[in-house]
Design a protein around this ligand. Structure first.
Ligand code: T4K
Length: 396
């Protein structure tokens, strides 16, 4: 490593898709081709919805084309519209506020609790005002929000509570699967997610009427009798996506085992590296361990997150600084702080400077984890001994 050679010849990605049994995938795709039923509530989509609802423990699952449109449909289905303020954490992927902004709602950013990375309930309460029409919590990196407290708060103020559960399929809160909390929760099945359907998402809920509205909204407002019941969009999942979703879902236990093993290996390998800490999974809960996130404490590590990230990239480890910058510090929100971020968000800002997501998933084995950790260990060691990151720069 010190001689300048790259540790990895090929790029090691954070979000390599988890596939499952390819032969089953091909069979399912062939079945769809034989049936000539490609989209709009096809049999594979309905089967996928049943499986996801089982896993989430909900009465309904409405599969959609991606989680972003899923958030939009769910928000509209609970009555959020133009000019309505929705309180949302800034520490999330920008899809969360963008989904609201795109339907004319106004994301108002709250700070997060540093340990969980999820909405700080006291700050959410402080931000509730006359125009607040909803709260959208995010189970970031699969860590559940403080759901009971948010539920009590939303009930007290009579506003709907939704959860962006893009990272949280297969995770639990107080032993109950994520999916059945709030008015509705939204999963993502984008390629890099724990279970993927190439692109895809789902709204899960126990509310029959909300589910009916969401089903109509994802299909231009049409009900099952093909009557136009209101406005809608096109957010349908197609059969090929559902084929992948079902195949990937069947292998979810294996994905979880591999993710957990990788998470444990990273924790072990990095436990003695000064200034580097693997963020904890939720204590006492089931978790899919889809994200391995380290925090870089720059004064102790001798280098900051961005320097470490550059070193990793030079070795072909394509780590990602999820989620940095905070959404409040990204356009269009940054340009209108009075509207979107009326209060300072110190814990979000501290977190966004420190976090870095490392490669995991089915494409990452113990040897890859060891290689990534060796780069980190040596980078920290060099930085602490005053050699900056120079010794890790490959010559070629
Ligand atoms: N809410 C939250 C909290 C979210 O994190 C997300 C999505 C959403 C809502 C919205 O969900 P969707 O509407 O997308 O269903 C990625 C994903 O595109 C995005 O879905 C995800 N969050 C976000 C955290 O990450 P990017 O721009 O970082 O890159 P992407 O997807 O091109 O690639 C990520 C890594 O995965 C790279 O290292 C390359 C690798 N990769 C990617 C793809 C697509 C592969 O190896 N194969 C692939 O097919 O956004």
């Amino acid at each position: 490593m010190t001689g300048g050679a790259r540790v990895f010849d090929e790029p090691l990605h954070v979000g390599r898709p988890n596939v499952g049994d390819r032969a089953r995938l091909r069979e399912r795709i062939d079945g769809a081709l034989d049936r000539l039923w490609f989209t709009n509530n096809g049999p594979l989509v309905r089967e996928f919805e049943e499986r996801v609802a089982e896993l989430a423990g909900t009465r309904h699952c409405v599969a959609v084309s991606n989680a972003t449109t899923g958030i939009q449909v769910a928000a509209k289905a609970v009555g959020i519209g133009i000019g309505d303020e929705v309180i949302v954490p800034s520490f999330t992927w920008v899809a969360t506020p963008h989904a609201l902004d795109w339907i004319g709602a106004v994301p108002v950013f709250c700070d997060v609790d540093e340990a969980t990375g999820t909405a700080d309930v006291a700050h959410v309460e402080k931000l509730i005002g006359p125009r607040t029409r909803g709260i959208l919590g995010v189970h970031v990196f699969g860590h559940p929000c403080r759901i009971d407290e948010l539920t009590a708060l939303a009930d007290r103020h009579g506003i709907p509570l939704l959860f962006d559960a893009a990272h949280a399929l297969g995770c639990t809160y107080r032993g109950k699967p994520i999916g059945g909390f709030g008015a509705a929760e939204i999963f993502s099945f984008q390629a890099t997610k724990f279970v993927n359907s190439f692109e895809g998402g789902a709204i899960v809920t126990d509310d029959d009427e909300l589910a009916d509205r969401a089903r109509a909204m994802r299909h231009q407002g049409l009900n099952p009798d093909h009557e136009i019941t209101g406005s809608g969009t096109v957010a349908r999942m197609h059969e090929i996506s559902a084929a992948m979703g079902l195949t990937s879902l069947e292998a979810a236990d294996t994905f979880t085992e591999v993710n957990r093993r990788n998470h444990r290996l990273y924790e072990e390998e990095l436990s003695d590296v000064p200034g580097i800490r693997v963020r904890r999974q939720a204590a006492g809960e089931l978790t899919n361990c889809q994200y391995v996130v380290i925090e870089v404490d720059a004064p102790r590590a001798g280098l900051d997150r961005d320097t470490l990230n550059s070193v990793l990239h030079r070795h072909n480890v394509l780590a990602r600084p999820y989620f940095s910058p905070g959404c409040h510090d990204s356009e269009p929100y940054r340009s209108d702080p009075a509207r979107h971020a009326p209060d300072p968000l110190p814990r979000t800002e501290a977190l966004t400077r420190r976090v870095l997501s490392l490669p995991t998933g089915m494409a990452v084995g113990p040897a890859e984890v060891a290689g990534v950790c060796a780069v980190i260990r040596e980078a920290v060691s060099a930085a602490r001994s005053g050699a900056a990151d120079g010794i890790l720069i490959p010559t070629a």
